[in-house]
Design a protein. Structure first.
Length: 590
C-alpha cells in the first residue's frame, strides 16, 4: 500500500496539479493516507484506479500530445515497479476495461514483466501471471464476439513467453491446461493456435538470433515437448481440422499453418499418415482451405529426412494427388491455388533431386536409379507449369527446372527422352521470355542447358528460330522478338560462339553461322516494331565476327543501320542505341 502511495505522490504533480485545485490534491492525499493505514491492499487498488483513469486517457489514438506523454510515463513506471504492474493483471483477469487500447496496454505491461523481469518476480507474482492468463482466456470462452485480432496476438505472445520461461520448471502442464480449458470452443482454440505460432517464433524460427544459452534452452524445450505432449497436440490439430473444416475456415487455416510450422521438427509419422493426408486432400478441394492445405503439404515434403524415405514420401503424395485429379492443370482456373500448387511441385521436385544426389554420392545405385525415375516422371508436370501464362505460377518451378538440368549435366549419357526434355524446357523458357523478369530466367536456363549439351541447345534454337524468321511478315512481334532474343542469348550461354563458331570450311558451317545468315537475309530488320529492331541490331553486333567469315552481307547490314530501320528510325530509343551499336560495328570490322 505504501508503495502504491509513493507512486501516487510521485505522479500527482504530473497528472493532477495542471488539472485541479491544490486543496483538492490535499484532500486526496489525506484520504489515501487514512485508507493506507486501515487497509494497505485496498489503498493500493484505489490509488491504482485513480492513476489509471488519469494516465489511460493518453492511450486513445486521438489524444493530444500531453496525454500521450503522460501515458508513456505511466507505462514506464508500471513496467519498472516491483508490484504496481499487478493492477494490470487484475484488470485483465476481471475484465475491468472494455476499451481495446487499455486492454492492449495491460497486456504489454505483463509482457514486459515476463520477458525482462521474470527471474526477479516472487513465486506469488509468477503464479499471479499464470492465473491472470488463464482467467483472461476463460473470459474469451464466454464472449459473444472475439477480441480484436491485435489483442489476441498480444495475448498469444504473453502466453508464449510465459511458456518459454516456465514450461521446463513451473508449468509443465501448460498445453494440457490450455486444452482442458478451451476444449473445442472456437474462440479458445483461436488463442491456442495463435499461442502455438508464437511459441514457434520464440523457440524454432531460425531467422531469430538466439544466444547460446537460449539455443540450449530451446533445444531442451523441443526435446521435452516431443516426449511429453506432441502426440496430444497433434491429436488436437486433427480434431480441429476435422471438426471445423466446413464451419470455421479461418480456424482451420490457422491450424494448417500450425501443422506446417511444427512438422519440421516433430515425428513425421504423426502427420504423414493415411488419416492426416486424406484430411489434407479433402481440404484441397475446399475453396477456402485449399491454398493453406497446399502450403501444409509443401512443409511436409520439405522436411529433412533420409533420401530413400523422402523419395517414398514424394511418390506416395504424388500418387494420391494424381488420383484426386490435381495433375489435370488444364481444368484448373484458380490461379492463386495453382501458384501454391506449383510451389508444392517445386518442393517435390527439389526433394527428389536432393535424394538422387545423396544416393548417387553414397554409391547406392539402385536407390539412385529409383529416385531419378521418380524425378523424370515429374518433368511433364513441371513443363505444364513452366509454360503457364501466369508468371507467379511458372516462376515457382524455376528452381526445380534448374536442378533437374544440373542432374542431367552429371549423367554420362542422355537418353532421347532426356534430350527431348531439354528442348521442351528451352521452348518453355522462350514462351515466358516476353516478360522482363523472364528474360533473366531464360538466360539462366540457356546457361544451364549449354552446360548439359551445347550441341543440342544450338540445334534446338536453330529449329525454333527458323519458323518466326521465315514468316516474320505475319508473325506477332513478341514471337519474332523472342526468336531473335534466343539467338542473342546464345552468345553468353556459349562463349565460343563469338569467334570459334565462325571459322573453318564454309561448306561445313556451324548451326550458329546458319542462324546468323538467316537473320541477315530474311528481311526481319524491316519489322515495324522497336523491340524487334533493337533485338536485330544487338544481335548483329554481338556476332560481328560472322561478317569476317561472310563479308558479302555487310552492305545490306550497313544499309539497315543507316536508313529508317536504324539511325533514321521513328523511335528516339532505337536511334540512340543504334548510334552506339553502329560505332562498335564499324570499329570491329574496320
Amino acid at each position: 500500500g505504501f508503495c502504491a502511495l509513493r507512486l501516487f505522490l510521485q505522479t500527482t504533480v504530473l497528472f493532477l496539479l495542471p488539472l485541479i485545485h491544490t486543496d483538492c490534491v490535499c484532500v486526496c492525499v489525506c484520504v489515501c493516507v487514512c485508507v493506507c493505514v486501515s487497509n494497505p491492499r485496498m489503498a493500493c487498488q484505489s490509488v491504482a484506479a485513480i492513476m489509471d483513469e488519469q494516465a489511460l486517457l493518453g492511450l486513445n489514438p486521438n489524444a493530444d500530445a500531453l496525454y500521450r506523454e503522460r501515458a508513456m510515463v505511466y507505462f514506464e513506471q508500471l513496467k519498472e515497479s516491483q508490484d504496481a504492474w499487478e493492477v494490470c493483471a487484475e484488470a485483465l483477469a476481471k475484465g475491468v476495461y472494455s476499451d481495446d487500447h487499455v486492454k492492449f496496454f495491460c497486456l504489454q505491461v505483463l509482457e514486459h514483466q515476463v520477458k525482462y523481469r521474470h527471474a526477479a518476480l516472487t513465486a506469488g507474482q509468477q503464479q499471479l501471471i499464470r492465473e491472470t492468463l488463464m482467467k483472461w482466456l476463460q473470459c474469451q470462452l464466454m464472449n459473444a464476439e472475439p477480441e480484436k485480432s491485435f489483442i489476441r496476438n498480444k495475448a498469444a505472445q504473453v502466453f508464449a513467453l510465459t511458456f518459454v520461461m516456465e514450461y521446463l520448471t513451473l508449468w509443465p502442464k501448460f498445453f494440457f491446461d490450455l486444452l482442458t480449458l478451451v476444449g473445442l470452443n472456437p474462440l479458445g482454440l483461436d488463442v491456442y493456435l495463435r499461442t502455438l505460432m508464437a511459441i514457434d517464433a520464440e523457440v524454432v524460427d531460425r531467422n531469430i538470433l538466439h544466444s547460446p544459452e537460449e539455443t540450449r534452452r530451446n533445444t531442451l524445450i523441443k526435446d521435452t515437448m516431443r516426449e511429453q505432449c506432441i502426440p496430444a497436440l497433434v491429436e488436437s490439430w486433427f480434431q480441429i481440422l476435422s471438426t471445423y473444416q466446413h464451419t470455421h475456415p479461418e480456424l482451420t487455416c490457422q491450424c494448417l499453418e500450425v501443422v506446417g510450422a511444427y512438422v519440421s521438427w516433430i515425428d513425421l509419422n504423426l502427420i504423414a499418415n493415411e488419416r492426416f493426408v486424406t484430411l489434407l486432400l479433402s481440404h484441397m478441394q475446399v475453396e477456402d482451405l485449399r491454398e493453406e492445405a497446399c502450403d501444409c503439404l509443401f512443409e511436409i515434403v520439405n522436411k529433412g529426412m533420409d533420401p530413400v524415405d523422402k523419395t517414398k514420401l514424394v511418390e506416395s503424395l504424388c500418387r494420391v494427388l494424381q488420383s484426386a485429379g490435381f495433375f489435370n492443370l488444364e481444368q484448373e482456373e484458380d490461379v492463386d491455388f495453382l501458384a501454391k500448387f506449383s510451389r508444392l511441385v517445386n518442393g517435390m521436385g527439389q526433394g527428389l533431386v536432393a535424394s538422387w544426389s545423396r544416393l548417387a554420392k553414397a554409391g547406392s545405385a539402385e536407390e539412385a536409379r529409383e529416385a531419378l525415375e521418380a524425378l523424370e516422371a515429374k518433368v511433364p508436370l513441371l513443363l505444364q507449369l513452366l509454360v503457364h501464362e501466369d508468371d507467379d505460377i511458372s516462376a515457382n518451378v524455376v528452381g526445380f527446372c534448374y536442378e533437374y538440368l544440373h542432374v542431367l549435366k552429371q549423367l554420362p549419357q542422355l537418353s532421347d527422352q532426356q534430350k527431348g526434355n531439354i528442348e521442351a524446357i528451352m521452348l518453355a523458357g522462350e514462351d515466358e521470355a516476353m516478360f522482363g523478369e523472364y528474360r533473366k530466367q531464360l538466360k539462366m536456363l540457356l546457361d544451364r542447358l549449354a552446360q548439359v549439351s551445347p550441341e543440342l541447345l544450338l540445334e534446338a534454337v536453330r529449329r525454333r528460330l527458323s519458323s518466326p524468321l521465315r514468316t516474320w511478315q505475319t508473325a506477332p512481334f513478341m514471337e519474332v522478338e523472342v526468336a531473335v532474343r534466343l539467338l542473342y542469348m546464345l552468345g553468353e550461354a556459349l562463349p565460343a560462339a563469338h569467334g570459334a563458331h565462325f571459322s573453318g570450311d564454309t561448306a561445313k558451317t556451324s548451326a550458329l553461322q546458319d542462324m546468323m545468315r538467316t537473320l541477315v537475309t530474311c528481311g526481319v530488320s524491316s519489322y515495324q516494331h522497336s523491340s524487334v529492331s533493337l533485338e536485330f541490331f544487338e544481335t548483329i553486333v554481338r556476332y560481328d565476327k560472322f561478317f569476317i567469315v561472310e563479308p558479302q552481307h555487310i552492305p545490306n547490314v550497313l544499309m539497315a543501320f543507316l536508313d529508317q530501320r536504324g539511325l533514321r528510325n521513328n523511335s528516339p530509343k532505337v536511334r540512340s542505341r543504334v548510334s552506339y551499336l553502329f560505332s562498335r560495328f564499324i570499329k570491329t570490322l574496320q
